[in-house]
Design a protein around this ligand. Sequence first.
Ligand SMILES: Cc1cc2nc3c(=O)[nH]c(=O)nc-3n(C[C@H](O)[C@H](O)[C@H](O)COP(=O)(O)O)c2cc1C
Length: 330
Amino acid sequence: MDLSTTYLGLNLPHPLMTGASPLVDRLDLVRRLEDAGAAAITMHSLFEEQLLLERNARYAAFDEHAESFAEALSFFPNPDDYHLGPDEYLEQIRRIKAMVDVPVIGSLNGATGAGWIDYAKMIEGAGADAIELNAYLLATDLSEPGASIEQRIVKIATSVKQAVTIPVAVKLSPFFTSLANVASQLDTIGVDGLVLFNRFYQPDIDAETLDVAPRLQLSDSSELLLRVRWLAILSGRVRCSLAATGGVHTGLDAIKATMAGANAVQVVSALLHHGPGQLKKIREELVRWMEEHEYESLAQMHGSMNLLRCPDPAAFERANYTRILQTWRV
Ligand SMILES: Cc1cc2nc3c(=O)[nH]c(=O)nc-3n(C[C@H](O)[C@H](O)[C@H](O)COP(=O)(O)O)c2cc1C
């Protein structure tokens, strides 16, 4: 079965890769991921706040903004709480690159363009084959219009693209008024891929202690549908590659993402839950399904369910919406 695909210009034997996660912090797990056949490995992120903390510590005595920085940064984990500091992170990329034969994708995670873009160059220097830029932010400023936030993300992506020669993907949130337009803007500046979507880890309130209680809940397959919808809308309309992240747990999930237009399919929760070997199981399920349905290659199904041939995706979407509401009978 020919499962080959191209993602970010990288030729992959199949679309199943690991998304950004702490699995890369341990070399024995990285080895097991490669043994399970991961087509590529994404590093967990280097976070903007982590990099600013480091810079802040270095220049605290000279930096007139040090105090306000320090206050904002006090909400974040301490430097020691990050699994790997910035130098160790770069060293971990070098180690992983020396150990595995598959592409390794570095990850930068931030919401402003200030002072941390240099790390893109260092990630490239450490041997990464591509960079995934995670623009994770929640727009909470009552005075900032959406267009200004979008411009900021496009500006960060432009800076990273200018800083490196390796391919750059942008991992996005689904919460834009016009996601299609944001995708198109990023495509136009030459971003090599879009990774759909970030999950939002919604903190709970502890009503007894009046604390905010962060919770990490792993995904399930139901989360895939939002990704499938947007893959289907964007596939064939943007030049760059598309990857699905969020809710891929089975071979059938990977098939749906591929039919909608994903060039690559990232898996994290399933691997954290069942271990790295689960990736092999998902690939076997994928192949079995394709054999049963007489597909000969992944290329045959890629984008087969996208909305490229739909003259008016917005009308299609509204038709689905009105139809589904009529299915409930009381
Ligand atoms: C424990 C954990 C750590 C993660 N760390 C990162 C990270 O450093 N950077 C990032 O972009 N995404 C991170 N993610 C998000 C995943 O890459 C992925 O997008 C998300 O889990 C959805 O995929 P899934 O449904 O397969 O889990 C993390 C997820 C988990 C569960």
